[in-house]
Design a protein around this ligand. Sequence first.
Ligand code: SF4
Ligand code: SF4
Length: 295
Amino acid sequence: MLFIKLGWKMGIKNLTHEVKEFALQQDVDLVGIADVERFVNAPPGLRPTDFLPRAKSVIVLGFRLPLGALEAAKRSYEGLRSAAQIYGVHAYQVVPNLRLLFAANALARFLEKKGFITMPLPSGPLGGLTISHRHAAVAAGLGEFGWMGLAVTPQYGPRQRWVSVITRAELEPDPLYKGPKLCDRSKCSVCVKVCPTGAIPEGESKRVVIGDRIFEYAKINPAKCAIACEGLREFGIPLPENPTWEDLEKLRQLLPRFPPGSLFTPYPTYFCGRCLIYCPIGEDKLLKEYFGREE
Ligand code: SF4
Ligand code: SF4
């Protein structure tokens, strides 16, 4: 009996190792694994088992964003508006999401060949109605939340995009992140300051329980964030102090229309992401690692 149990555990360990090796061969930079119990506090309809009953594990893949593409976003905020599309394509909607979609699909096929039904989820804007990839990344031990609500990692800070893959394979979960605190609100409030629509409050927060840890981050106003991300301020049409989704919808009706599901933002080349781009977490480490200098 003991030998059967040991053999079964070894099987899980070996499969976990194979999954991680395969994932990293798909041109992603980070891979972590959570068991589905870590999602028990997620809202109904947004849990892995809602999508794949009897799922056992969630594999999360992270794709690091090129620093040059983030530099392009900074140029666009400084006035060179044509640079916004560089960020939009290479760090926001197109390349990271396509890479992640292909990696997730390949991983699902890999696990299905081994006999486990595996569901690759969409990434980016298309993934909004499935499980939250940023929560999944934290549940998979890849990092914690920054005040701006994104998952931040010791390697790259907030400079990555995510996708999740749900599987019936039992895999070894990674421990939750327990390293040094990545976002220290007593020393930094850059994201609050740079947010152009005040979507990130200074003090109001939200708590989530994942495994044995409680995480806290700002209670973001999603309508205010959407105003900036969709470029709705660009048209000089006054917006209410506390806009509702209905206010946004009325405004959208006034603007040029693009085909539904377009990969590109339907409005002028405008993407926000200032909270990601200017967050200092991991920046020094990245510059040192890739360019051999401190800053
Ligand atoms: S993406 Fe822009 S508008 Fe949204 S929270 Fe971040 S800084 Fe604010
Ligand atoms: S900008 Fe500062 S406060 Fe905001 S998430 Fe990053 S480290 Fe935390």
